[in-house]
Write a protein that binds this ligand. Sequence first.
Ligand SMILES: Cc1cc2nc3c(=O)[nH]c(=O)nc-3n(C[C@H](O)[C@H](O)[C@H](O)COP(=O)(O)OP(=O)(O)OC[C@H]3O[C@@H](n4cnc5c(N)ncnc54)[C@H](O)[C@@H]3O)c2cc1C
Ligand code: SF4
Length: 336
Amino acid sequence: MAKNIIVIGGGPAGLEASARLDALGYNVFLVEKETRLGGHLARWDRLFPEGVPAAPVLEKLVSGTGNTKVMLESEVLSLSRLGKSFRISLTSGVSVIADAVLMTTGFDLFDASKKEEYGYGIYDHVVTNADIEGYFRTGKDPRIGSPERIGLVHCVGSRDEKAGCRNCSKVCCATAVKQACELKAKFPSATVYCFYMDLRMFGRGYEDLYLKAQKEYGIRFIRGRVSEVSEKIDKTLQVKAEDTLSSTPLKVSLDLLVLMAGMRPSEAGAKVGKMIRLGTGDDGYFNTSDGFTGMQATSVPGLFVAGASTGPKTLPDTLSEARAASALIHEYLRES
Ligand SMILES: Cc1cc2nc3c(=O)[nH]c(=O)nc-3n(C[C@H](O)[C@H](O)[C@H](O)COP(=O)(O)OP(=O)(O)OC[C@H]3O[C@@H](n4cnc5c(N)ncnc54)[C@H](O)[C@@H]3O)c2cc1C
Ligand code: SF4
């Protein structure tokens, strides 16, 4: 009889792993707390570095899941060991005995309103990277208007002890450069600034995107952290920063400020992790059995992890991990 596998989290990692495990002949149950599949990918319009549309990527992932039993609007009520298996009860009333569990609970976006000095939720023309994706997907957001001066602030809620997150979120430099170009294309007469601490354009094609942003789009990159934002009576924003390359204080007037909110460990994922004593690091992300050869395994036999639940990741890295986790689960179930 085919063995049961529960995948918790229906984002890119959960979808890709479900597709692979289904193709290997397992009974796959995919548990998603929201009303739709796709995780954060469902919120993005275009993907860096080339700017390909996100929707067909998501469609392909969803259509690959085959016979996977998808359970939407379902949360885990309890998860415990039953001999070598796992017993899982869901809020929908369904209970499953599973031979293996894969945690693909992903990440939460940093709540930008916690950085009060940037004025998100207070000033009319301050938005986040996620809001910009929503704007490009739907064409609607009254906060955007017709800006002539646009600023993008990197590292919002990342690399910031005060915000409780020391680590780099990895994806937001590339997102900022991509969105700076998109905003310039949408508002050609606008001047667009990126305020960055370091530019982490590490992936294939990312450096080309950065060069294109400077040469083709004329994006102005300013090395320095924004210290304060205030709103004038006419709703324009006054931004104070320091250009740390020239050690000059700067004051810039803007019509739109975009905050590059970083990635944080998923709170809903942490709740399930605790049920099964899955350890986390100081950063709150799930621990793996080791950082080189056991990236998808955990200290709990039969419990596996993939995607952004173990730290900030790009989509290609997330999907590679999901495939690696599927192969590892297959090996584990063949041996058990
Ligand atoms: C602003 C921004 C833009 C980005 N743009 C790009 C890009 O252009 N290119 C790129 O390569 N990468 C990009 N990324 C990264 C990309 O979004 C991630 O790599 C990807 O979403 C990670 O997938 P995941 O499945 O691990 O997590 P998620 O996408 O977070 O999905 C996790 C899923 O699990 C569900 N879940 C969580 N807890 C539970 C629970 N307890 N029970 C049931 N379900 C649960 C969630 O609802 C969600 O559906 C971007 C990230 C950000 C922040
Ligand atoms: S990827 Fe860039 S913007 Fe994001 S936290 Fe790292 S350095 Fe900051």
